[in-house]
Ligand binder design. Structure first.
Ligand code: C2O
Length: 597
C-alpha cells in the first residue's frame, strides 16, 4: 500500500477499505470547499485563484472500481459553480454530471450540494473540474480508479509508484472576464504552463530547480504517470530526456501498450504511461510544450514548463564532477509541428477487453467544427449587407454552423425530466450535416475576409439532438480552417466511444470508411479531431439523460462549440433515468413551486 501512495498533497479523507477488506465496494467521501485564495506564482504573491481546499491541483479522489463517491461541495467562492466528473459515465445518474444549465443550475455562493455517483465498470485515470465558465483552469483534480481485484491485476507490471501529472496554465486574468470576453476577440493568454500547479524553472523567479515539480526515481524501477491535460488552451507534447514512455491507457480505458519517446495530449484527455528508470543515474527534465498552428493562424506566446526527474543515488566523486549540476533536457519538436500529435493519436489501439464495435449504425452525423460570426444586436446579415456594415460582429464557434447557447432559466435535464424541453429556451435540432458544403480545409479561409459573407449565416441557439435509447450513432467530426485551423478535442459526457479512424483534409466516405478500425479501436471519452482533418467515432446511446458534447478548448467552448444529446429512457426501470436528488440546486429565477412528479 505504501508504495502506491500518490505524491499528491491531498489532505482530503479517503478510504481504501475496498482493497483492504478484499473486495467490498466502499463509500469514498470528500468535502470540497471552493474558495478564493492568494497564491504566489510568477514573481507575484497576490494572484487571487479559485481552488478546492486551498490546493492547485485540488485533492485527488482515489477509489476502487465499483466504489461509491460522495463529494460535499461547499461553495465559499463568490461565483455559482458546478463540478463535472470528467469521463465518469454516470449511468442513469445524469443529475450528478455537473454541467452548468445542462444537468443542473449552479451551486450559488454560500450554498452546498452533495454529488453522489459510482464508478462501476471503469478503471484508470479520470479527473474532475468545474463546469461553469473557465473555472476549470484552477478548479480541477484527479479521479483515480484502481481495479477491484487490486493493483496486481493491472494489465501491465505493477509500477513502483504512481504519479499524477496535471498540465495546466497559470492565469492572471479574472476567469469570468476571460470567459465573457472571448467572443469579442479580446486577446488573453495564460502567463505560462504549469505542471501540478508549478510554473517550473523555465519561468523562474528564483532560478531554482525547486520551482519544478520533482519526481524522484530509483534506477531499475517503473513509474506510472497519470497524465491529464487540464489546460484551457493547448495541446501539449511531453518528453523526458533519455527515457521512453509505454502508454497503457487513455481516458480510463486500457490500450495495447505502445512505446514512444513523445506523448501528445489535448485538453480533456488523460494518458497513463509507464516510465522505466533505466538511464544513467542523474538529473533529467520532463518538458511539456504547447503546440500551435503556424501563421496565418493567430499566434500565442510559446507555452511550456518542466519537471525535474531526479535519480536517488550517491554519486562517486568522479561522477559528481562529470555530472555536476547539469540536467539533461529532451529535444522537443517545433511548437508548430502538429503532425507528431496526429501520429501519436493514430497509433493507439484499444485492448480487446472492450465490447465488440457495433456494426450496424442507426444514425450517421457529419459535424463541421468551425468559427463563425454573429451580428451584434440580432441583425440578420445578407451578402449585400454583412455584419461588418451593420454593428459589427461577435466571434462564435459552431457545430454544423450553430453556436450553442446555454438556457437561462431552467436546466435542460430538469426540462427533459418533466417532458418539457421546449420550455428551456431557443431549442434547435442539430442537423445531420452542415448547411453548406465547402472545401472545409481550404487554408485560404484562415485569413479573415475570404469567405466572410458565407460565414455570417451562423445561428445561435440551444442545440439539441434527441436519440432513442440504444441507438448506434456514428459521428464524423470535420475540423475546418474557417478563420483558424485549430484541432478540436471533442468530449462526450455520459458515454465512451470507439475512435474508428482519423485523417487529414476533407472526409470522403467512399475512401475513408474502408480505413475504419472495427477490430481494436481505442475507447475514449475525448477524440482529438486533427487540425485540418477529421475523426470518426461510434457509440451506443445506452444512458438516458442530457449529455453535453463539446470541444474541450476553453476558447471554443465558451463561444459555442457544443451541443446536447438528449437520450430517452429505455423500456425498463434499469434503463430509466433516476429521479433528481432532493437537494438539487434551484435556478435563481426558477419557479421553485413547480414540484417534480
Ligand atoms: Cu471535461 Cu464537459 O468536460
Amino acid at each position: 500500500m505504501a508504495a502506491m501512495a500518490l505524491s499528491a498533497t491531498s489532505v482530503a479523507v479517503f478510504f481504501f477499505l475496498a482493497v483492504l477488506s478484499g473486495g467490498d465496494a466502499a463509500v469514498v467521501e470528500h468535502t470540497f470547499v471552493v474558495s478564493q485564495v492568494k497564491m504566489n506564482r510568477a514573481c507575484r504573491g497576490d494572484t487571487l485563484v479559485t481552488v478546492v481546499n486551498g490546493q492547485l491541483p485540488g485533492p485527488a479522489i482515489e477509489v476502487t472500481e465499483g466504489d461509491s463517491v460522495v463529494v460535499h461541495l461547499v461553495n465559499k467562492s463568490p461565483y455559482g459553480l458546478t463540478i463535472h466528473w470528467h469521463g465518469v459515465k454516470q449511468r442513469l445518474n445524469c443529475w450528478a454530471d455537473g454541467v452548468d444549465m445542462v444537468t443542473q443550475c449552479p451551486i450559488q455562493p454560500g450554498r452546498n450540494f452533495t454529488y453522489r455517483f459510482n464508478v462501476a465498470g471503469q478503471e484508470g485515470t479520470l479527473w474532475w473540474h468545474a463546469h461553469v465558465a473557465s473555472f476549470r483552469a484552477t478548479v480541477h483534480g484527479a479521479l483515480i480508479i484502481r481495479p477491484r481485484s487490486g493493483v496486481t491485476s493491472y494489465p501491465f507490471p505493477e509500477p513502483h509508484k504512481e504519479i499524477p501529472i496535471f498540465i495546466g496554465e497559470w492565469w492572471e486574468v479574472d476567469l469570468v472576464k476571460l470567459d465573457t470576453t472571448l467572443g469579442d476577440g479580446v486577446d488573453y493568454n495564460p502567463v505560462n504552463t504549469t505542471i501540478n500547479g508549478k510554473l517550473g524553472d523555465l519561468y523562474n523567479c528564483s532560478g531554482a530547480l525547486e520551482d519544478n515539480f520533482i519526481i524522484e526515481v530509483e534506477q531499475g524501477k517503473t513509474y506510472l504517470l497519470r497524465i491529464v491535460n487540464a489546460a484551457l488552451f493547448s495541446e501539449y507534447y511531453l518528453k523526458i530526456a533519455g527515457h521512453r514512455f509505454t502508454v497503457v491507457a487513455a481516458d480510463a480505458n486500457y490500450v495495447k501498450p505502445y512505446t514512444t519517446d513523445i506523448i501528445a495530449i489535448a485538453p480533456g484527455e488523460s494518458v497513463d504511461a509507464i516510465v522505466l528508470a533505466d538511464a544513467p543515474p542523474g538529473k533529467y527534465y520532463m518538458v511539456a510544450l504547447g503546440n500551435q498552428q503556424p501563421p496565418p493562424d493567430i499566434q500565442i506566446p510559446p507555452l511550456s514548463s518542466r519537471v525535474l526527474v531526479k535519480y536517488n543515488y550517491n554519486p562517486s566523486k568522479e561522477q559528481a564532477l562529470t555530472l555536476g549540476a547539469s540536467v539533461m533536457a529532451p529535444e522537443m519538436p517545433d511548437q508548430h509541428n502538429t503532425i507528431a500529435s496526429f501520429y501519436f493519436h493514430g497509433n493507439m489501439t484499444g485492448s480487446f477487453a472492450h465490447l465488440p464495435v457495433p456494426v450496424h449504425v442507426d444514425e450517421h452525423l457529419f459535424i463541421s467544427l468551425a468559427l463563425g460570426v454573429i451580428c451584434r444586436g440580432g441583425h440578420v446579415p445578407s451578402p449585400s449587407l454583412p455584419c461588418s456594415k451593420l454593428n459589427g460582429s461577435i466571434l462564435a464557434a459552431t457545430m454544423n454552423n450553430i453556436s450553442f447557447e446555454f438556457p437561462s432559466n431552467v436546466s435542460l435535464l430538469e426540462a427533459h425530466y418533466r417532458g418539457n424541453m421546449s420550455n428551456a429556451g431557443m431549442l434547435h435540432k442539430l442537423p445531420d450535416k452542415p448547411p453548406i458544403v465547402y472545401n472545409f480545409t481550404d487554408r485560404a479561409m484562415i485569413s479573415e475576409g475570404s469567405e466572410e459573407a458565407a460565414l455570417e449565416s451562423t445561428l445561435i441557439a440551444t442545440t439539441v439532438r434527441r436519440f432513442r435509447f440504444n441507438t448506434t450513432v456514428e459521428i464524423v467530426f470535420q475540423s475546418t480552417t474557417v478563420l483558424q485551423s485549430d484541432s478540436n478535442p471533442m468530449h462526450l459526457h455520459g458515454h465512451d466511444f470507439f475512435v474508428l479512424a482519423q485523417g487529414l483534409g476533407n472526409y470522403n466516405a467512399e475512401r475513408d470508411v474502408g480505413r475504419y478500425n472495427l477490430v481494436d479501436p481505442p475507447v475514449r471519452n475525448t477524440v482529438l479531431v486533427p487540425s485540418s482533418g477529421w475523426a470518426a467515432i461510434r457509440f451506443v446511446t445506452d444512458n438516458p439523460g442530457v449529455w453535453f458534447l463539446h470541444c474541450h478548448y476553453g476558447f471554443h467552448m465558451s463561444i459555442g462549440m457544443a451541443v446536447v444529446f438528449e437520450v430517452d429512457n429505455g423500456q425498463t426501470l434499469n434503463t430509466t433515468l433516476a429521479p433528481p436528488p432532493a437537494d438539487l440546486p434551484i435556478c435563481e429565477q426558477h419557479d421553485s413551486s413547480v414540484a417534480y412528479e
